[in-house]
Ligand binder design. Structure first.
Ligand SMILES: *Cc1c(COP(=O)(O)O)cnc(C)c1O
Length: 362
């Protein structure tokens, strides 16, 4: 363990994610003494001027970075994306109403399960029969569906929507694993939600962007903690917010803005994923698991053609300081999660291990 600490660790873990070193450093300092107040950011009243300004800054950075139009609100909630699976339906699905869902893997399946508690859910498309290795493109949506829900990036199976789903319906999207990694057109959505811990910050906070006009129309009575309108009215402070997670998320967004915003990070993300996919395709020992056109920029998944080599390769990667490469149990093989804060040097280190592994086998 000691020895590992001295070498550079390349963290390809699927989440919680890496964050920029500068963000961790600033967050650590603020945990001891926030802005020379003599108080930790974690012990400060969430009603204090200092924390309110953190909340305002975080909200305005989301709006600025993502070009959020008028009429939308930004919320920082708790309960993870998993809570949103139910909360989204509760606030948007009319009583006795219907909605359409695209099933592209574990997370969308879970979203469907929760939504079914609330109404008539049409699973209009699914790639389950191919172990979710592609994004379905043709589907019919029943007329009475009030929105279409999808998962933009499938963290576990390594697929990603490259275009918006083909529909005129309002969209609801779980963007947990690719939020702020590429530009999106927010006005197509009634709701976007994302657990922070894949690209934005530490676990404990969920980003929600919601179209105000879509709310208050279900005819349901909604418990306060699950009611977007209450959280909007209370500016994400209906109850004590996860102050430290929100603060660190704000720092990450400041870093992103400084870097050149989402346009710039998108270029960097593409450079990283192109580098790795080129090696997966070139290297005779490996193959990708997702259909080429649907491959995720965030979570490339790949396997060794000869599975008996799995452990040996994993050990070689660990020796090179690579962490978190083991694939999810439902896919096997390997998954290289390459979120915003990962530098291309880490991907180069992985590619080098793959090349050395091939060379050693002649
Ligand atoms: C990680 C992840 C989730 C789960 O998020 P929690 O915040 O742990 O509830 C949901 N959806 C997607 C796409 C994810 O990647």
């Amino acid at each position: 363990m000691r020895k590992l600490f001295q070498m550079k660790i390349h963290n390809f873990s699927a989440g919680p994610c890496i964050l920029p070193k500068s963000v961790f450093k600033k967050a650590a300092e603020s945990l001891v003494n926030y802005n020379n107040t003599g108080l930790s950011i974690a012990e400060m009243s969430h009603r204090s001027k200092d924390f309110i300004s953190v909340m305002e800054k975080a909200t305005s950075l989301v709006k600025e970075l993502m070009n959020v139009p008028e009429g939308y609100d930004v919320l920082f909630l708790q309960g993870g994306a998993s809570m949103q699976f139910y909360m989204s339906g509760l606030n948007l699905l009319p009583e006795n109403g219907a909605a359409a869902y695209i099933n592209t893997g574990t997370w969308s399946s879970k979203a469907i399960k929760e939504a079914k508690l609330l109404g008539n859910i049409y699973e209009v498309a699914s790639s389950k029969e191919e172990n979710f290795n592609y994004i379905p493109k043709n589907y019919d949506i029943p007329n009475n569906a009030s929105f279409l829900h999808y998962t933009s990036n499938n963290t576990i199976f390594g697929t990603q929507f490259k275009d918006l789903p083909d529909t005129d319906l309002r969209l609801v999207c779980d963007m947990s694993s690719d939020i702020m990694t590429r530009e999106i057109d927010v006005k197509k959505y009634d709701l976007i939600y994302a657990g922070a811990q894949k690209n934005l910050g530490p676990a404990g906070v969920t980003l929600v962007i919601v179209n105000k006009n879509a709310l208050g129309k279900t005819g349901r009575s909604i418990p306060s903690m699950l009611d977007y309108q209450i959280h909007i009215a209370k500016e994400s402070m209906f109850n004590t917010p996860p102050c430290f997670s929100i603060y660190t998320t704000m720092l990450t967004m400041e870093w992103l803005k400084e870097l050149g915003g989402i346009q710039e990070i998108k270029k960097r993300n593409l450079a990283k994923s192109n580098l790795l996919y080129q090696e997966i395709d070139r290297n005779s020992l490996f193959e990708g698991t997702a259909k080429t056109e649907d491959r995720s920029v965030m979570n490339p998944t790949f396997v060794l053609r000869n599975k008996t080599l799995n452990e040996e390769f994993l050990n070689k990667s660990i020796e090179a300081g690579i962490n978190g490469l083991k694939g999810h149990r439902s896919v096997g093989g390997f998954r290289a999660s390459m979120y915003n804060a990962m530098e291309i040097e880490s991907v180069q280190a992985l590619v080098q291990v793959m090349q050395e592994f091939e060379n050693a086998r002649g």
